[in-house]
Design a binder for this molecule. Sequence first.
Ligand SMILES: NC(=O)c1ccc[n+]([C@@H]2O[C@H](COP(=O)([O-])OP(=O)(O)OC[C@H]3O[C@@H](n4cnc5c(N)ncnc54)[C@H](O)[C@@H]3O)[C@@H](O)[C@H]2O)c1
Ligand SMILES: O=C(O)C(=O)C[C@@H](O)[C@H](O)[C@H](O)COP(=O)(O)O
Ligand SMILES: [Zn+2]
Length: 367
Amino acid sequence: MTTTPDPRHLQVDLGERSYTILIGPGQLGTRTPLADWLPGRQALVVTNDTIAPLYLQPVLDALSGLQVEAITLPDGEAHKTVASCERVWTRLLELRFDRSCTVIALGGGVIGDLAGFAAAAYQRGVAFVQIPTTLLAQVDSSVGGKTGVNHPLGKNMIGAFHQPRGVIADTDVLASLPAREMSAGVAEVIKYGLIRDADFFAWLEDNIDALLAREPEALAYAIERSCANKADVVAADEREQGVRATLNLGHTFGHAIETATGYSTWLHGEAVGAGMAMAAHLAEAMDWLSATDRARVEALIQRAGLPLAPPRSMTSEQFLQLMAVDKKAQGGHIRLVLQQGIGHAVVTDAVPDDRLRATLNHYTDGN
Ligand SMILES: NC(=O)c1ccc[n+]([C@@H]2O[C@H](COP(=O)([O-])OP(=O)(O)OC[C@H]3O[C@@H](n4cnc5c(N)ncnc54)[C@H](O)[C@@H]3O)[C@@H](O)[C@H]2O)c1
Ligand SMILES: O=C(O)C(=O)C[C@@H](O)[C@H](O)[C@H](O)COP(=O)(O)O
Ligand SMILES: [Zn+2]
């Protein structure tokens, strides 16, 4: 008889509320605790046409006896839209699902973000569970309650904070993930090392190849340490009034890249990889990061299979316009997350315009 090892349990502590993140193999088809997280008997699984044939049935089986339905959306960041949410809302209404229903996100960050927002808005808020199936979603997007969709003029511009009832990260599902998507997930893993965990960054320097090769111990360790870091930050600042914004390292540049390229060619993690390299360039120019440490940052991003620069087609002006609508901007003034050494980052509006322009010009050949 084969047995499934006990998953690791992490807690996201939000004061009067808390929820559990389960991490480990063999979790997908298990009824407990998934069924216990449902406040009622109705659940809608939101997934996409890549994931449904692979992993939908075990989730449906785990909840047999309850009224569980599924909606399968087209795959891709380009479908992280209000229109996709409207399809979810229409399905919930057609099914006559009431306020006790639960929306279950089965997929990567795109499905998690849009299903979470659909849950936040349906009848002004119903329960929501995350079953993340990409590395990126297991280390980052399934935790913390940021939900939302893209607008043609800006990334994640429509959304809500809506925490899940729980998160089930089954590490077995990562076996089918394309290598390019593994690299994209590693971008957010590197981020935790850079912003608040220098020891983890050093561990990544030693273990990046094992992580990319999905060696079970490296994978479990990286997911758990990433989630622990994120849970700490979210517990300290759920609604991004302060320290949570450091989770945005590389994202002000990265979101500009994703928006400029129409949410179609660059993966989020790739844009964050290039964005973190750009942020490191700027931090060095500010004398906040040594040349040696910037070289370490770039080396790790590159070894993870991620780009170190934005697309050649982008101009400095385009960056500045897109960065000015970033959610951290105040009164049109760009605020950035920058490193001060490895393992520490701050949100700052102290970067002189000419310094930012010099970094942008460096990456856009002065265009
Ligand atoms: N809410 C947050 O805190 C947060 C954090 C980070 C990123 N995000 C968002 O997450 C999104 C990116 O998420 P992502 O990188 O997971 O991309 P994704 O959701 O597009 O998934 C990547 C690809 O992998 C496929 N896939 C998913 N699981 C698979 C599996 N187990 N096997 C084979 N294929 C699989 C998907 O169908 C898709 O084609 C972006 O929209 C980003 O803005 C949100
Ligand atoms: O959880 C957070 O806080 C993050 O910033 C995590 C990011 O990795 C993620 O991409 C997030 O969706 C970005 O949020 P946004 O507020 O900049 O849209
Ligand atoms: Zn991100």
